[in-house]
Design a protein around this ligand. Structure first.
Ligand code: ATP
Ligand code: MG
Length: 422
């Protein structure tokens, strides 16, 4: 094959059938489970004012290094950015529309981050997620986490670990930050160059470092859960006992700080242990009680998560679960009499809710049968001169044992329907 003139940009890819069918099935499955829990979908713009995302925190990688931002053609031009995640957009939408809380919403869609592409790490990837705005109750945290955990289970994934932590809030985090900063500053010379820079910006983020040279220092660092005050400690306890009651397995991970600055109190992450550890986070989330206010809205607590669809599908591959859905076409119409019966039969079948397809170009019986076979359809409806004259088709079982028989064109839909329900 000749070199193509253009390729999909670095870090992006085309998702083709049948993989795209699997992706669609996964998103639909998520949509169904979110709807069952009372969440409604929000469809928001793929780009926003850059300022919306700057609220995610000036020390987060997705703001400082990974943003796809641009100025538009306006006068004066507006500085916009492709969204790197959806929580900020949802909070912006909440501040703009002021829906009645609690506002329970779900979303799906592409996100954009200028990252070094690797397996499971792309510049355009898809997330599904939920948010509950306006509920402070720790049981909201439990419901949200449970939705994620049950979703992974429903796909058949068994090797997904849930890690939970509390990051405290403004009442107790300053004391922790002081202790952590003092601890890290004492050891600054032994930290990676990267973490030395991070320490200046946000000491908490040093705990997120994946570099080997930082690990022993991180392992011995003071942990937030030891600094939780009365209310934040109670909240964390309530989240844990809710998870226990529901029988959801989790680990307390005191070093889980997550990549975004806005988190307060509950944070959590799902890791697919069947994947390479650098890209094994299949989802994460937490509380962001200050974000709506930061975006100009009323003080509103929030909790949610985002799951990485591309990585979840890689985890499904690794565990050999959630196969691509079967063929959507049930009947392939092979018409060697010119094609008008194929046109008619396909329309009838589709109108009856039965997937139908056909070949084009008036090809030979043999060529059309080959396409029928490749389509994965369990039945072929064959139209030759005899059938045409009799107003019939020959319905042939392409997969099973039931052979073939002639049926009236008028009975095709009901006959196929009863065959399919057997
Ligand atoms: P990581 O530590 O792997 O960079 P993250 O903490 O940046 O992940 P989040 O911002 O929490 O990720 O996004 C939620 C989920 O979105 C992640 O758990 C992951 O499954 C997915 N995700 C994030 N970045 C990418 C990417 N570049 N390509 C594919 N999926 C991604
Ligand atoms: Mg990241």
């Amino acid at each position: 094959m000749a070199e193509p003139t253009f390729r999909a940009p670095k870090g992006t890819r085309d998702i083709l059938p049948p993989e795209s069918g699997r992706r669609r099935a996964l998103v639909d499955r998520f949509a169904d489970s979110a709807a069952l829990s009372g969440f409604g979908e929000v469809v928001s713009p793929i780009f926003e004012d850059l300022g919306v995302f700057k609220r995610l925190g000036e020390s987060t990688d997705i703001v400082t290094k990974e943003m796809f931002d641009f100025v538009d053609k306006g006068d004066p031009p507006q500085h916009l950015a492709l969204r790197p995640e959806l929580t900020a957009s949802i909070c912006r939408a909440y501040a703009e529309h002021r829906p009645i809380p609690p506002w329970k919403i779900w979303y799906e869609g592409p996100q954009f981050r200028y990252e070094q592409p690797q397996a499971g790490r792309y510049r355009q990837f898809t997330q599904v997620g939920v948010e509950i705005l306006g509920a402070d109750d720790p049981q909201a945290d439990v419901d949200v986490i449970a939705l994620g955990a049950r979703f992974f289970e429903s796909l058949g994934l068994r090797q997904v670990t849930l890690m939970v932590n509390s990051l405290g809030d403004e009442s107790c985090r300053p004391a922790y930050m002081e202790a952590l900063t003092a601890y890290l500053t004492d050891r600054v010379g032994d930290l990676s160059a990267q973490s030395q820079v991070t320490l200046e910006r946000n000491p908490l983020r040093v705990l997120d470092s994946k570099r080997d040279e930082d690990q022993s220092i991180i392992d011995a660092a003071p942990v937030m859960v030891d600094f939780l005050g009365g209310e934040t400690a109670d909240h964390f306890d309530a989240v844990r006992s809710g998870l226990d009651e529901l029988g959801i397995a989790y680990e307390i991970s005191s070093r889980l700080v997550r990549g975004l600055d806005y988190y307060t109190r509950t944070t959590f992450e799902f890791a697919a242990t069947a994947l390479e550890s650098a890209q094994n986070a299949v989802g994460g989330g937490g509380r962001y009680d200050g974000l709506v206010e930061d975006l100009g809205g009323p003080a509103t607590p929030g909790i949610g998560f985002a799951l990485g669809v591309d990585r979840i599908l890689l985890a499904c591959d690794a565990e050999d679960v959630f196969a691509a859905p079967g063929p959507s076409v049930s009947v392939f119409v092979v018409d060697v009499t010119g094609g008008s019966v194929a046109l008619d039969a396909c329309q009838r079948l589709r109108a009856g809710g039965i997937g139908a397809d056909r070949a084009y170009g008036g090809r030979s019986m043999k060529a059309q049968m080959k396409v029928a076979d490749r389509s994965g359809a369990p039945f072929a409806a064959i139209v030759g001169e005899d059938e045409l004259a009799a107003g019939e088709v020959t319905l042939r079982d392409l997969r099973g044992e039931s052979g073939q028989r002639r049926v009236a064109l008028d009975d095709l839909v009901s006959d196929v329907r009863s065959l399919l329900s057997n």
